[in-house]
Design a protein around this ligand. Structure first.
Ligand code: SF4
Length: 95
């Protein structure tokens, strides 16, 4: 019996800076270790649109661990609270 898995990877993943790094473990450090800063430095090299999509994906599924879109879990929680208190203005409202 053969099991076939079809996993779709969003297109933005192929442009991600972390996709080109060998040390993926820096994205899932424990505590506020220097590795978290290493991950954030890699995120700074990521294209802005990719970084935004990465952050949205992590926040949409309430990702519990790791650095996503350049933000730690704690930073994402604070950002989500801020959006709840003060929802971002949509492009339509801003026009
Ligand atoms: S922003 Fe997301 S996709 Fe880009 S390097 Fe950081 S974790 Fe990877």
């Amino acid at each position: 019996m053969t099991l076939q898995l079809h996993i779709s990877v969003p297109a933005w993943h192929t442009r991600a800076a972390c996709a080109k790094t060998e040390d993926k473990e820096v994205f899932f450090p424990t505590g506020n270790s220097p590795n978290q800063r290493a991950a954030k430095r890699i995120c700074e090299r990521c294209p802005r649109s990719v970084r935004a999509q990465c952050l949205v994906e992590a926040m949409t599924r309430d990702e519990q661990f790791g650095v996503w879109g350049g933000l730690s879990r704690g930073e994402r929680v604070r950002l989500a609270k801020k959006f709840k208190q003060e929802p971002p203005v949509s492009a339509k409202e801003a026009a």
